[in-house]
Ligand binder design. Structure first.
Ligand code: NAP
Length: 298
């Protein structure tokens, strides 16, 4: 594989996704910065990104992609492969947060956040994997969170969606390694992006009446996150390093955070337990990364 890669990013209109696009393209990678509603609410964001690409002669293309729609994901991936001939890296970044006590979140709100944060990544992975298999290489990157490992009261539904993403991403890791395809999880701490200003509230506020001071926890957390948030470029730089790490040498999890709240310790402990589990079930060898096996299966 060439060291310069073809990269599809979801949710590139603002925040991390936008920074990933700029940072990766500045290092010579070809970036497909996808976003939903390209002709409407994101038209300005897309135009700004394309203007930057023009100014700096960067290979950035914008493409319409709503992660909640199978058809939209399929169309976007088809468009990338038609234009670039391949797809080396898919970055599952699109996501949003609800800050609310669990009970105030309606079932419909819960389904919607999973549709974006969890099923969105599954749709993208299902769509890109046949192309990666044909190439015998590829990387699935999942933008999870410290909230994919730890539980904050009033972030419960967001945590649930990121825990689900982590489980799926780890299963992909074991199942795809023998075909030369890597699955990676990035766990950012709090960083300054527009997400901090657009947490959704639970739609059924009447359910918070009996919670006393706990009902104010969403506001408390929101204020703390705002105070401690780091510079989002750190996460983009980490993603660049991951993309440029040679095949077979990428770790499963990367914690990137302005503060240490114990996520690394959980990751290290879980890695040890998982490794002995795979060994005990006779799965260690068949879940190991192999470019050879992928080539031999042709
Ligand atoms: N910032 C942090 O502190 C932090 C920490 C840990 C993890 N994260 C994760 O990082 C990822 C990026 O968030 P961010 O902080 O960069 O916030 P952001 O600026 O709000 O970016 C979120 C992106 O997701 C997009 N998106 C939402 N729903 C979508 C859909 N159905 N289809 C396609 N795109 C969709 C948004 O697009 P629209 O403009 O169209 O809404 C936006 O581009 C998220 O998964 C978030 O959970 C963030």
């Amino acid at each position: 594989m060439s060291s310069k890669q073809v990269i599809l990013i979801t949710g590139s209109s603002t925040g991390f996704g936008r920074l990933f696009a700029e940072t990766l393209a500045r290092q010579g990678h070809t970036v497909f910065a996808s976003m939903r509603d390209l002709g409407g609410k994101n038209a300005k964001n897309a135009a700004e990104l394309l203007a930057l690409a023009e100014r700096e002669s960067l290979a950035i293309h914008t493409v319409e992609l709503d992660v909640t729609s199978d058809a939209s994901v399929e169309n976007a991936v088809r468009s990338v492969v038609t234009q670039a001939g391949r797809i080396d890296v898919a970055i599952n970044n699109a996501g949003y947060s609800i800050a609310s006590l669990m009970e105030a979140i309606t079932t419909q709100q819960a389904q919607q956040i999973f549709d974006t944060n969890f099923f969105g990544a599954l749709r993208v992975n299902r769509s890109v994997l046949p192309h990666m298999r044909r190439q015998r290489s590829g990387v699935l990157i999942h933008i999870s969170s410290g909230a994919g490992r730890l539980v904050f009261p009033s972030f419960g539904m967001y945590c649930a969606s990121k825990f689900a993403m982590e489980a799926a991403a780890e299963a992909y890791r074991y199942e795809l390694a023998a075909q030369g395809i890597e699955s990676v999880i990035v766990q950012p701490g709090a960083y300054e992006t527009p997400i901090l200003g657009k947490f959704l509230a639970g739609a059924d506020a009447s359910r918070t009446e009996t919670y006393g001071p706990l009902a104010n926890v969403p506001e408390m957390l929101y204020a703390t996150l705002g105070r401690t948030a780091g510079n989002a470029q750190e996460v983009a730089d980490a993603v660049l390093r991951i993309v440029e790490t040679p095949a077979g040498q990428k770790r499963l999890r990367y914690r990137v955070s302005p503060s240490d709240i114990g996520v690394d310790a959980i990751n290290e402990s879980a890695a040890r337990v998982q490794a002995s589990l795979l060994k005990a079930f006779g799965l260690a060898e068949m879940t190991a990364f192999s470019q050879q096996k992928a080539a031999a299966s042709d």
